[in-house]
Ligand binder design. Structure first.
Ligand code: NAD
Length: 500
């Protein structure tokens, strides 16, 4: 992909004409109420655009259209190979617009442009292509019945899927939901976070240009307690897929119980342990991976390795390597391609992170780097890597998800203690292990209560592997063929034969 200079990105940003409308039934439209809310650039606090503030009326309309579209079969009953071609065209159009999408993502939520351009957008495109490719290669089953019966076990699209997504990887998290849901034949309503609606809005027209029938893919920007809640309480939404906080995830499960028992799939928070053993093969590599594994994307990553568990005997050698690695991850203007760390998504989030830093200090942990807001002259919300040493796993900063660039360093003396500390969390999203010992790596990995365990790497894996958590990190899996299960219902069709 063509790499632009800082100046070129700044120029492109000034020329942008941002669309803030909802996309319902094949067209961009204002919210029925006519209300809007402001979309703020976290790098300078300025308003980028007015966004349609949808509410329950827009939800009612979009859901009824999605339902009709699904029942008409215009998409749901197309041959898988036809859906594949349309989604491949959609991916190609996303690719043609990759620069624009990267720019919108960076302006909207503050991540470095090099990451939007080289990670978020290509990964989202790859996700659409991956499910497009998969959908005409999946077979159903025939059960091992007695001679006088034949039973087919088939998967059918579930109906209207509402996808409620967060702001930390706006398009990528969206694609993990809408790509498999559309591939399976559903009608989808995407609700982006109110903090990052721009790419979701932008791609709606591309979906239709690719050939998705009108009403199959709709986008409703707005607030969680308005659009999100109305989707979750709708009697006609069949499946609700969510990525976001554990608190909201639990609420969505309640809404399902209060309404039509829609399937609810939650990808929620984390407080992941990254465990470095004394026999780690390469301490410098582990230190760099620990820093990036915690501070990538301003630390706004669900699987961030926010609890660094370090074996006591190598701590003195490891800590300077860790601090040195942080020098490469310092805040800068997100539009500068050289920037490795952008802005925190908004002032609320920054204040929440600073509040946790105060709590860490009060509870007796020591800051060894960072801890202060920086670049205030920009009007934006910047905070560099912050590391607390001497953390006890009982402390608030080790138990609660901060969702910012804050690491808690906890020491241990043997594998059993490391496992106990690692599992002492309400979350179970991910974990890292650094060791040269094959037996230890397997044994510790098996003992960890986490959906992903990375041995001698952190946050590895592409579309081929599932992603999701144990415990209060959720009940769902995104990515891989496993993700398709969420978007289908299993049907048994049994035929009784007359056997001569
Ligand atoms: P959030 O829970 O505040 O919001 C997520 C989405 O839910 C937003 O679109 C929001 O508008 C909506 N929402 C809020 N209240 C709602 C309500 N009452 N009813 C319906 N919808 C509502 O989370 P966030 O701050 O956007 O994202 C950060 C969280 O996401 C972190 O906890 C992070 O760990 C989690 N996350 C998890 C994964 C994963 O795969 N497990 C990936 C990325 C982020």
């Amino acid at each position: 992909m063509t790499q632009l200079t800082y100046l070129q990105w700044q120029q492109k940003a000034t020329e942008l004409n941002i669309n803030g409308n909802a996309y319902i039934n094949g067209e961009y439209t204002q919210a029925i109420s006519g209300l809007t809310f402001k979309c703020i650039n976290p790098a300078n606090g300025e308003c980028l655009a007015e966004i349609a503030r949808c509410n329950k009326d827009d939800v009612k309309l979009a859901v009824s259209i999605a339902k009709q579209t699904f029942e008409s079969g215009v998409w749901s009953r197309q041959a898988p190979v036809a859906r594949k071609k349309t989604l491949q065209k959609f991916a190609a159009l996303l690719q043609e617009n990759a620069q624009q999408l990267a720019l919108l993502e960076t302006l909207d939520m503050g991540k470095p442009i090099s990451e939007s351009l080289n990670v978020d957008i290509p990964s989202a495109i790859n996700c659409v292509n991956w499910y497009a490719e998969a959908i005409d290669k999946i077979y159903d089953e025939v059960a091992p019945t007695p001679e006088d019966q034949v039973a087919f076990i088939t998967r059918e699209a579930i109906g209207v899927v509402a996808a409620i997504v967060p702001w930390n990887f706006p398009l990528l998290m969206g694609s993990w939901k809408f790509a498999p849901a559309l591939a399976a034949g559903n009608s989808v309503i995407l609700k982006p976070s109110e903090k990052s609606p721009l790419t979701a809005i932008f791609i709606a027209q591309l979906a239709e240009e690719a050939g998705l029938p009108q009403g199959v893919f709709q986008v409703l920007p707005g607030f969680g307690h308005e659009v999100g809640e109305a989707l979750a309480l709708s009697e006609d939404v069949d499946c609700l897929v969510f990525t976001g906080s554990t608190t909201v995830g639990k609420r969505l499960m309640e809404y399902s119980g209060q309404s039509n028992m829609k399937r609810v799939w939650v990808e929620a928070g984390g407080k992941s342990p990254n465990i470095v053993f004394a026999d780690c093969i390469d301490l410098k590599k582990a230190a760099e991976a620990a820093a990036w594994g915690c501070f990538y994307n301003q630390g706004e990553v669900c699987v961030a390795g926010t609890r660094l568990l370090i074996e006591e005997s190598i701590k003195a050698e490891f800590m300077p390597l860790l601090i040195a690695a942080c020098q490469d991850i310092q805040p800068g203007d997100p539009l500068d391609p050289a920037t490795s760390m952008g802005a925190i998504v908004d002032d609320n989030q920054l204040n929440q992170v600073l509040h946790y830093i105060d709590i860490g200090n009060e509870q007796g942990a020591n800051i060894i780097t960072g801890g202060q807001q920086s670049m205030q002259q920009t009007g934006g919300y910047f905070l560099g890597p912050t590391i607390f040493d001497n953390v006890d796993n009982e402390m608030c900063i080790a138990q609660e998800e901060i969702f910012g660039p804050v690491m808690a360093v906890i020491s241990f003396t043997d594998a059993a203690q490391a496992i106990t500390i690692a599992n002492d969390s309400k979350f179970g999203l991910a974990a890292g292990i650094w060791t040269a010992d094959l037996n230890k790596s397997h044994n510790v990995a098996k003992a960890l209560r986490a959906g992903s365990v990375w041995i001698n790497n952190y946050n590895g894996g592409d579309m081929t592997v599932p992603f999701g958590g144990f415990k209060q990190s959720g009940n769902a899996r995104d990515k891989s063929l496993h993700a398709l299960d969420k978007y289908t219902e299993l049907k048994t069709t049994l035929i009784q034969l007359e056997v001569e």
